[in-house]
Write a protein that binds this ligand. Structure first.
Ligand code: CP3
Length: 353
């Protein structure tokens, strides 16, 4: 079925578009009052993820408010470690937590690679429900965490500031770390392929914590496994190429090597200037980003100025997908998001055609 709006797929293929396509990381979430209402109805965050109708509803909410060029599956990156029986739970105001941690070779050995179709069937049900609801209006993005990023949560038992347990394992027992990353890479490949079969038309890998590694450690413990996943993905489905976006937060210094991973696009946070990034990657990949989400706390005029600056930094021609440099904050005013999207639609056509 042809898509009514294929701007994002065209930009990912670096083909001409009439205006710069846009979506927002974490576009469905707590900054929207209608999300908080459905979230309350669902009970817990994981109950919301497990209910295909409600997950579909919150996926659609940002698309009703703003003219976005894609939907993103409502789920979480921590569904894989949850399916590995680590006991994921969310405590209000405290972020994700695991009842069990993985801090030794023995603990890594005990982990089972989940079967995505069976153990994560609720995610595939959500994908199918959302695709039905979208009715080919815009493409649906599926996603996963990167092996390294998932490993940090599994080893630390939740969020961390210094990643000391993860780094202790990485430096102290690299073989155990590689065994863990290998299991995660196999899990992520199977999980993303199941999402693609269920109807995800684009996939993004979130490497939220790749940027805390040294250059050689990034290559050895994060990028290698993401490249392996890209190699194992279904790249053609329903007669269409399935593009892959790699987003390493704080990964700008490694842009050239990320561009060589086999991905179609590289996501950038706001610390990398798009004009420099474009010179560095040439026409190897499309670039996605990179408005600092905290710009949305400034006035609508300041937001407009920053949108204009970022468009000018990328410059004319195809291959740019507008996004935030990281997820939208729960404290964001939805009207400021509207100002951002409106400014983009007003300014971006002059960079095309
Ligand atoms: O982008 C979207 O709209 C799709 C949904 C989505 C969520 N999480 C929903 C969510 C996506 C793509 C994610 C990815 C995710 N989850 C990442 C990678 C992206 C990033 O932000 O770096 C990470 C690191 C996580 C792990 C996670 N999940 C954390 C740290 C938290 C709690 C803190 C927070 O920022 O909310 C979650 C919970 C979570 N995932 C919420 C949402 C809407 C909030 C939970 C709630 O409603 O109570």
């Amino acid at each position: 079925m042809p898509l009514q709006n294929d701007r994002l797929l065209r930009a990912l293929a670096r083909q001409p578009v009439d205006r710069t396509p846009v979506w927002m990381m974490r576009q469905a979430g707590r900054y929207l009052p209608e999300y908080r209402e459905v979230r309350g109805q669902a009970g817990s965050f994981m109950d919301l993820c497990r209910n295909a109708e409600l997950a579909c509803e919150v996926t659609m909410q940002p698309l009703r408010r703003y003219s976005l060029d894609a939907a993103i599956l409502f789920s979480d990156i921590l569904t894989i470690p949850d399916a590995m029986d680590l006991g994921l739970y969310f405590e209000t105001g405290e972020g994700p937590k695991f009842r069990k941690t993985v801090r030794s070779a023995e603990a890594v050995d005990a982990l089972q690679v989940p079967n995505a179709e069976r153990d994560l069937d609720y995610v595939m049900n959500a994908v199918r429900t959302i695709r039905h609801e979208l009715a080919d209006s815009v493409p649906l993005i599926g996603f996963s965490g990167s092996p390294w990023t998932l490993a940090t949560y599994m080893i630390e038992g939740g969020s961390s500031k210094d990643f000391r347990h993860a780094k202790a394992l990485m430096y102290g027992d690299p073989a155990a770390m590689h065994a863990l990353l290998d299991k995660l890479a196999r899990s992520v490949t199977d999980y993303l392929n199941a999402q693609i079969r269920a109807g995800a038309q684009i996939v993004q890998i979130f490497d939220t914590w790749g940027g805390v590694l040294s250059t050689p450690a990034y290559r050895e413990f994060s990028l290698t496994y993401m490249a392996r996943i890209v190699e194992g993905l279904i790249r053609e489905h329903d007669g269409r190429h399935v593009p892959v976006i790699l987003f390493t937060k704080q990964g700008g210094q490694w842009l050239e090597t990320i561009a060589d991973s086999g991905a179609d696009a590289v996501g950038l946070d706001w610390t990398t200037e798009l004009s420099d990034a474009r010179t560095r990657v040439g026409d190897r990949v499309a670039l996605q980003g990179n408005l600092d989400p905290n710009v949305l706390f400034a006035s609508p005029q300041a937001i407009r100025d920053e949108v204009a600056r970022i468009l000018a930094s990328y410059g004319s021609g195809p291959g740019h997908i507008f996004n935030l440099g990281h997820g939208v904050s729960q404290f964001t005013d939805p009207d400021h998001v509207a100002a951002f999207i409106e400014a983009l639609h007003e300014f971006s056509p002059r960079y095309h055609g």
